[in-house]
Ligand binder design. Structure first.
Ligand code: GLN
Length: 532
């Protein structure tokens, strides 16, 4: 029987609830339990796929093609578990489902209301995920801050779910912030007390309190929190700012958080095997070298927009005992070739990540040209691969003015074009080529060597593809199409074998990298950079 752990947040947003939920997941996994994480997002969008990265950060894509919140990336990376459509629930998806049923007449003339119809639908999403995965533990994080109007139906659904599950089957963890007042030299507990009161006013008494803080919490303050918030002393967990997010599971383990949680859920504790994770953290904290890697994109002002790319680079660094120092290059600045050269001077490798729209494209093409001509290790991701093909077509294959139909519908050589099945698609939400598809790598190619196999599966999120009409001309000029869909119809990977590392993929490898298992394409990039 699945046991349930709900995670809410109070006082402020951006507390790192996702990391805390993922870390507790890791601690339970380390004990041999199966775990899934689920994220509830109170916004009205059906999924984050239509949101600007500036609004919401990266859109994380699962194997089954769901466009999800970036916290799912943390969950997958920390628990080494692949999640799917059922693991991210938004108000938009809940309401649209209920409204569809209402239009169909399913409610037989009844008045459709937040309670019970919306809350029942939320509860059925919890049960649906339990049914699919049958995990020992299901950790459910509610986005936003308790007290927000829009998260109320989710909070009410948790209250009902906990009551129905019965004592010992579901608990809730409330994350708060303890602000430090330098004038009095104190960590203040009052905002946390108030936040727990708000939660209680909705009928939820949290069993565990996780307090984000910049300083150690004195024993007296922990006791005060325990007393005022009605949680056991050992269930007041401190979560300090850490250099690396991967340290968090160990900090929580040191305070016996998993043990406390297991006791509350009436599950006998098991010995945790965290040896590999400890080694990983040791490597993260004591890198022998540093390597500077550029990410040339257009959402560089918000690093969350490329969070899986950043994490994948770090993972590949860990495997090399190296800290990856990321240099953010705004691709728009690279439209000027001299500026591009100047910005690229001190980097040992460059990633051109995914993206949409024409802004910054010419700059990306210059970055890729520079990498190609100067043998700077390069990895192109999705749009980055499309740009690599455009650059090669224009500057090497002699296809002047080559472009993607996304940026120039009248390009003389549309080397990147809409996929056939996309030509009649007019709605934006959930209509791209999404999720995992197989790809066959060319024997002996850099990509095949990096993976150590020829058949791979990777996640996609795009509308455009390499235009097959130009593959022959471009490959005759030297760009190797080293990965194709199994039917040979879609180009998936391109590379230049003579360079140290010039590989680009139509898929998004960044969604499958794990801290202990860096993705082969990122590892290939960093391995090559380390040799520079
Ligand atoms: N805009 C491109 C397309 O739709 C690339 C998408 C991406 O990089 N995720 O095909």
């Amino acid at each position: 029987m699945t046991k349930y752990i709900f995670i809410t947040g109070g006082v402020v947003s951006s507390l790192g609830k996702g990391i805390i939920a993922a870390s507790l997941g890791r601690l339970l996994r380390a004990r041999g339990f199966s775990v899934i994480n689920q994220k509830f997002d109170p916004y009205i969008n059906v999924d984050p796929g239509t949101m600007s990265p500036f609004q919401h950060g990266e859109v994380f894509v699962t194997d089954d093609g769901a466009e999800t919140d970036l916290d799912l990336g943390h969950y997958e990376r920390f628990t080494d578990t692949s999640l799917g459509k059922l693991n991210n629930v938004t108000s938009g998806s809940v309401y649209s489902h209920v409204i569809r049923k209402e239009r169909r007449g399913d409610y037989l003339g009844g008045t459709v209301q937040v309670i019970p119809h919306i809350t029942n639908e939320i509860k059925s999403r919890i049960n649906g995920a339990s049914k699919q995965f049958q995990p020992d533990f299901q950790l459910i994080e509610i986005g936003g801050t308790v007290g927000d109007i829009e998260s109320l139906p989710f909070v009410e659904a948790i209250r009902q779910f906990k009551a129905e599950a019965g004592i010992g089957n579901a608990i809730s963890i409330h994350c708060t912030l303890l602000p430090y007042l330098p004038t009095s030299g104190e960590l203040k507990t009052k905002p946390s007390q108030h936040s727990v009161n708000v939660l209680r006013s909705y009928g939820i008494q949290p069993e565990v309190l996780v307090c984000r803080t910049t300083k150690p919490i004195p024993k007296t303050e922990k006791e005060k929190l325990a007393l005022f918030c009605s949680v056991p002393k050992e269930a007041v967990i401190e979560c300090r700012d850490m250099k690396s997010i991967y340290e968090v599971p160990l900090a929580l383990e040191a305070q016996n958080m998993a043990k406390v949680v297991l006791e509350m859920l009436r599950v006998p504790d098991k010995k945790a095997d965290l040896k590999d994770w400890e080694k990983l953290v040791d490597r993260i904290k004591n890198p022998k070298k540093t390597v500077k890697v550029a990410i040339a994109g257009k959402y560089t002002k918000l690093s969350d927009a490329y969070i899986s790319v950043v994490e994948s680079l770090k993972h590949a660094g860990y495997a090399n005992d190296a800290a990856v120092d990321i240099k953010w290059i705004n691709s728009e600045e690279c439209v000027d070739e001299a500026k591009c050269k100047e910005l690229m001077q001190d980097v040992k490798a460059v990633v051109v990540p995914g993206g949409f729209g024409i802004r910054g494209i010419e700059g990306k093409l210059n970055v890729i040209k520079y990498a190609r001509e100067n043998n700077v290790p390069f990895l192109g991701l999705c749009l980055g691969m499309q740009c690599a093909v455009i650059e090669y077509a224009r500057n090497v294959a002699g296809l002047k003015g080559a472009n993607s139909a996304e940026f120039d519908e009248n390009a003389p050589y549309p080397v990147i074009d809409l996929m056939l099945e996309q030509k009649n698609v007019h709605a934006y939400g959930g209509t791209m080529r999404l999720g995992a598809y197989d790809c066959i790598l060319k024997k002996g190619s850099k990509a095949a060597k990096a993976y150590g196999k020829e058949k791979i599966s990777e996640r996609h999120r795009h509308r455009y593809e390499v235009n097959n009409e130009y593959i022959k001309q471009i490959s005759d000029a030297g760009l190797v199409f080293s990965g194709m869909s199994p039917d040979g119809m879609l180009a998936e990977v391109v590379e230049l074998p003579k360079l140290d590392w010039f590989v680009a993929s139509q898929f998004h490898p960044e969604f499958k990298s794990r801290p202990e298992k860096p993705h082969p394409l990122f590892k290939g990039l960093i391995d090559a950079a380390m040799k520079k």
